[in-house]
Design a protein around this ligand. Sequence first.
Ligand SMILES: [Zn+2]
Length: 246
Amino acid sequence: MGADILLKAGTWIWQQRNVLAFWLKNREKEKVLNRSESHPRVWVYAEAHLPTRFGQFRVLVFRNDQDDREHLAVVQGRPEVHSVVPVRVHSECLTSEVLGSLKCDCREQLHAALEYIDRQGYGIVLYLRQEGRGIGLGNKIRAYALQESGLDTVEANHALGFDDDLRRYDIAAAMLHHLHVNRVALLTNNPRKISGLEAFGIEVVHRLPLEIQPHPVNQFYLATKARKSGHLLESFLEEDALTNNS
Ligand SMILES: [Zn+2]
């Protein structure tokens, strides 16, 4: 008797397999659609005071429903009571920030931003875990290997099959909204960051340039950022203007 019921149930499930497959496939599609159409949901997982060499900050660890990474907000003062808040949206760079790599200026930019915001008495550094402009640590090192054979940073990313910048700013915008900050003075040289945040409802009232003095190792990298990725680096743009005029 029991075996008969099991057999019937099994037969029914087998007969409905196409319907089930169709339903599952559409459910997945719907999930993807909802993800791209809706704003990310973020929440604070942990929060504590953090004394640093740059000043006393509050560090908030955010989690979200888009990726399984923990992104940080390093907060000075009470940004939410100010109409325009100085903000740096910074993407993780292990090679520069931990190992002291000279190939880029990420560590110097992060430190300059923390110093600046501490001096202001209020503001936020968002620290996003999107290494290597979003391609991840392993691929960034593979791109470095390609650069050893003469490619620049943009060409190396293309050779690996990536766009030159895969960073996203929807989670950053959601973190700012969560902190009740909607109008910012953005510390950046990168116009893509401005449009990336504005697309998700953050008004960038003005841009604060964050120029780091180039040195021989990162000069080529910074020049590529200025010439190919649209970064607003005065020293390189001026140099270009002079070269073009002469
Ligand atoms: Zn870097």
